[in-house]
Every structure is written in C-alpha cells, then in structure tokens.
Design a protein around this ligand. Sequence first.
Ligand SMILES: NC(=O)c1ccc[n+]([C@@H]2O[C@H](COP(=O)([O-])OP(=O)(O)OC[C@H]3O[C@@H](n4cnc5c(N)ncnc54)[C@H](O)[C@@H]3O)[C@@H](O)[C@H]2O)c1
Length: 436
Amino acid sequence: MSLLEQLLKKKEKLAVVGLGYVGMPLAVAFSKKLDVIGYDSDEHKVELCNKGIDPTREAGDVAIRNAPMIFSSDESILKKARFIIVTVPTPINPDHTPDLIPIEEASRAVGRNLQNGAIVVYESTVYPGVTEDICVPLLEHESGMKCGKDFKIGYSPERTNPGDKIHRLDTIIKIVSGMDEESLDIVAHVYELVALAGVHRVSCIKVAEAAKVIENSQRDINIAFMNELSIIFHKMEIDTREVLEAAGTKWNFLNFQPGLVGGHCVGVDPYYLTTKAAQLGYHSRVILSGRSINDNMGRYVAENIVKGLIKNGKRVKDAQVAILGFTFKENCQDIRNTKVMDIVKELWEYGVKVLLVDDVADIREAKRLYEVDIVSLRDMKKSDAIAVCVQHQIFRNLSVDWFNHYYKDEHKILFDIKGIYKKEQFLTAGYFYWRL
Ligand SMILES: NC(=O)c1ccc[n+]([C@@H]2O[C@H](COP(=O)([O-])OP(=O)(O)OC[C@H]3O[C@@H](n4cnc5c(N)ncnc54)[C@H](O)[C@@H]3O)[C@@H](O)[C@H]2O)c1
C-alpha cells in the first residue's frame, strides 16, 4: 500500500510543524481528510489550540474545535507521523540576512523523531538550496538515516494570503516538488486533497523554492516603483492615484499602488534571494533598490504628516496624530514588521503624540513587540491630524461626517495613506488631504 493510501485509510498520520498563519489553516484543511497532528514548540499556542482557540484567527475557533486533530508541543508526537510538513517562520536578522534558526531547529526536531519511509515537505519561504543544503543534513544527522534511501523530501511553497477571503488554500494553485519522481508524485497527490484549484509540479526542489521567493520579490519591486513615482509626483504636485488610473487604461500597464510594505513575507523574502546571490558573487541592484525605497516609506509618510501639521499652523511638538491601522496589512491581525511602527517612531522623534487605533490588530502582540497601546475605534479621540494607514474594511466604511467629529479645531487634516477615500469629498469639506 502506498503512503498516500495509508494516509487516506488513516493507517498513517500527517503532521504539521509550526501552527502559525500558514500551518494552522493547512492542518485544519488536511484534518478533514486525514489523521493530522499539529506540533508547535510554543506551549502557550498549543494550550490555546487545545482549548479550541485559534491563536491566528485564520482558521477560526469553530474550525479548530471541530477539527479531529491532536495538538502538541512535545516533539516526540512526530514519531507518529509519516508525512511531515514544516511551516515555521523564516525571518531576517537585523542586518537583513536570513535567520534560519527556526527552520534549523524544526529540522532537528523532525530528524530526532523521523520514521523510516517518511516524507518531509518544507513550506517555509527560503532561498533556493535551503531545503537540500541546510535542512537535509540536519534531518540525516539527527535521524541517523539517509535521505533518498530511508526518507524523502519535498518543497511546496505557501501562497495563501492571511486576511484574504478569496485567495485561500482551496482556491489557489499549489506548486509542488519532490526529490525524485516517486516523492513528487506522493507530495502532489497529498496536496491535491486540499489544494482544490490543483497543483503545479516542478522538476526539482530548487525551482519551487525560487518560484516562491521571486513572487514576493516581484511584488516588492513593483510597489517600490509605485512608491518612487509617488515621491516624484508629490514634488510635481501631481496626484499619483490619478496618474495610475489613467495609465491603467492601457492593456499592459500593471496594476500596483504605492504603500507600506511590511510583514514577514514581501518585505523579507527578497533579502533571502539577495543574500544567497551575494554569497555567489552577484550583488543585487534592482531587488535591493526596491527594498531600500520600501523600507524608507514609513519615514517619508511621517515627514509629510509633520509638514501637513506645519502647513496648517499647528505646533508639531505635542500635536496629537491619530493613526488608524497598525497591522502590516488590511483585515489581518498580524503586526509583525509593520511599517506603521516606522511612522510612529519618526513622529515620536518630532515630539508628536500618537494615538493608535486598530480593532483588528493583535494588541497583546503589539504591546509585547513594540510596547505600544492600541485602542478601539470606539475610543477614538479628537486629534490634530488623522492618518489612515491600513485599509481595514472597518476604516473603509468611515464617512466625512465621522471624521468631522474627531478634530480639535477647524483644521481638518487627513492622511489617507492608501487612498481609500474619495479625495474630492474631503476637499469639498475643506480638508487638508494627502495620500501617497
Ligand atoms: N503568513 C503569510 O502570509 C505567509 C504566506 C506565505 C508563506 N509564508 C511563509 O510561511 C512560513 C510560516 O509563516 P507564518 O506566517 O505561518 O509564521 P508564524 O510565525 O505565524 O507561525 C510559525 C509557527 O511556527 C512555530 N515554530 C517556530 N519555531 C518552531 C520549531 N522549531 N518547531 C515547531 N514550531 C515552531 C511558531 O511558534 C509559530 O506558531 C514562513 O516561512 C513564511 O515566510 C507566510
């Protein structure tokens, strides 16, 4: 009986290592078809899962409660699995080099508990070569087994978009790879159980690793171009959104918008590629230029908020700016590497007081990581200026009338960073209006 059949007949189990934004929905999806183990080294997270609380809010508490899964923070549980998927974080160090510690630690834990005949598939975003050159030696060392003979490996990048209700595991095509025909076939069939839009097979693991890392690099570069245009057009006193709308009428003009690029994917993954390229003697110009522009957008926005205060006769020191939205992207609680924090820090340097408002953000994590307090929209206070930095649905619904209530005086200053409101409405209402 093949491993696929054994999984389907529940004679073997599938394990997901790392129950985060990627791993949790994946584990829940597989649990509808297979026996699934969810392993995470974070005991608190596992405790929550066992109480039926989804710490990521991606799958939802009900789905977790209904999922016939075992959650554990004891790595020996992995001994019970023959198909193991690794979805641990791949962040960067302060110097922008890849921080491979989580994926290395996860590989060691999997190796220590690896069964003969198992398949280990990595989903974490990495540069080409990490799976075979870094993870496999650790798996072999810890297990005492030989890759290709005693166990096999694969790589299948994750493309889901937390907070996005349309592009989800079951609606997007999944790239799959294996170390040989046999492993590719099993990996493809296993993912076909949950990736209902289908799988795209590639010839080797490095191609799959590279495909993922360039998807995010391409997005980063395109947004950087838009951000650069926005900086140029502000100097020319031209509205960037209007320019993009006009240019967008051409059939092959790409639809990107300026904005803050944060989080742990688009703003991070390009550094994986450029670091590896540098090790091979090629120093990126295009990718790193884009990164540098995007990394500086928070400061650029903050400078423009300060200029807006001054233009409206406000005293900058001790002015209060309400910032709506703290997460790194819309409709998602994740605040890791949010570029809104760059705006906040820069404003603090000018002596500006910041009121952070976000009903979606994980406020406990925000406190832990950045030592900031976030309030609900219900607790919004009158301010000197308001900057809407994240296009959460809850903010999109706000009207000119709503904003009118939250200014200290007749100077109504609005920074609509993502351009989500109708500019004309605010100009007609006498606002100072600014957008990227
Ligand atoms: N979140 C996204 O939007 C997204 C999309 C596509 C790809 N990715 C990639 O997927 C990977 C996971 O991202 P995420 O957002 O789910 O991360 P996450 O931080 O939300 O979750 C990772 C989980 O792994 C656990 N973990 C860390 N080290 C571990 C170890 N040694 N053993 C067991 N568990 C461990 C953490 O406790 C955490 O629960 C990353 O490589 C990321 O780049 C993320």
